[in-house]
Design a protein around this ligand. Structure first.
Ligand code: 0L1
Ligand code: MG
Length: 262
């Protein structure tokens, strides 16, 4: 690590204020070019601990930048991982207040819920499917705290991978009798199709993103507990939304999930 605890705490404080007060900033590596990967995850962890100290529950995890479409869109080359706090969860069919966010975008994702512990190293698609209780359709609402979504990988990790809200719904399905690679998704805004794709867009198989996450946590001696909700990453590019928009995601054999913005 290259940053001292004081700098990590200050950056966590600044980024979390941006999130909570809905204002943007420039990417933090502009001021701290020496930041390394451990520093980036340490800042994210400090943000998580601040939320826990205020009484928030951490209810899940997410993988981000898992599809070639997203990596290309953002000009980066590897996935990133973050956490989900309780207040990120929006009820199915619910409303997201634009005034609480900076410049939200929506992403179609497959959510996994685990039934047993997943611990790396050595996790693979098979171990993830064996540990999965069920999957369901999810819309992730991302909201980078960086101006115009301009960042590098370390800055985005520190910013909890742009996490802000998510909604899950539709039909829960066991993962073992579905081919997640060919599972089709269609996302509409105000009734118009804005994105479509299939599960294989996420690292060839969405469970591969969960395996990578378990292996990364394993390197730090951490595990994914049973009962964890995990967003496995966007199947398509993220799409910008505005007040008044209504977003609907249809997922093959799993019904649909929707959310509105006001
Ligand atoms: O969930 C995601 O793929 C977001 C990762 C962070 C990058 C971004 O804001 O698009
Ligand atoms: Mg995402």
């Amino acid at each position: 690590m290259n940053l001292d605890k004081n700098s990590i705490d200050q950056l966590a404080d600044m980024l979390e204020k941006c999130e909570l007060e809905a204002h943007d900033t420039h990417k933090i590596t502009d001021d701290y070019p020496q930041m390394d990967w451990d520093d980036a995850y340490a800042i994210q962890e400090a943000i998580k601990q601040r939320k826990i100290a205020r009484g928030c529950r951490i209810i899940g995890l997410k993988a981000g930048l898992t599809s070639h479409a997203k990596m290309q869109q953002m000009g980066v080359s590897m996935p990133v991982f973050g956490f989900l706090a309780d207040y990120f969860s929006v009820p199915e069919g619910g409303t997201v207040r634009m005034s609480e966010l900076i410049h939200p975008k929506v992403e179609p994702e497959i959510a996994f819920v685990t039934k047993s512990v997943l611990k790396g190293p050595g996790c693979h698609i098979g171990s993830v499917l064996a540990a999965t209780d069920f999957i369901m359709p999810a819309i992730e609402i991302i909201d980078s705290r960086y101006r115009d979504f301009k960042f590098d990988l370390k800055s985005v990790i520190a910013d909890n991978c742009s996490s802000s809200r998510f909604v899950v719904g539709g039909r829960m399905r066991p993962a073992d009798n579905l081919d997640l690679r060919t599972l089709g998704v269609v996302m509409e805004i105000n009734g118009e199709v804005v994105a479509m794709g299939a599960g294989a867009a996420v690292l060839g198989h969405p469970a591969a993103a969960i395996a990578m996450l378990a292996n990364l946590l394993g390197e730090r001696g951490e595990e994914i507990p049973a009962g964890t909700l995990i967003l496995s990453g966007a199947i398509t590019e993220a799409v910008m939304v505005k007040a008044g928009d209504s977003v609907n995601l249809r997922m093959q054999d799993m019904g649909s999930v929707s959310v509105r913005f006001n």
